[in-house]
Design a protein. Structure first.
Length: 71
């Protein structure tokens, strides 16, 4: 996974793999504030849910703060 910008300063979490046909096939918008990424379960409280043997319940989090230029 990697974080990229869509040109409009909206950060996104994207899937990156060696196979170029599969890269960027999953794309999650990361909203302003705190986002938690973790394992998918029926009762999960994470914002972005992933599946995989090495993904933990609360795998990582990111905080997005938007700063605006004052004229």
């Amino acid at each position: 996974m990697s974080v990229k910008s869509d040109g409009q300063l909206h950060p996104r979490l994207v899937k990156l793999v060696e196979n170029p046909q599969l890269s960027e096939t999953l794309d999650y918008v990361i909203r302003e504030g705190r986002q938690v990424v973790g394992q998918w379960t029926p009762d999960a409280t994470t914002d972005i849910m992933l599946r995989g043997p090495l993904i933990t319940a609360s795998h990582w989090s990111v905080v997005v703060t938007v700063f605006q230029t004052v004229k």
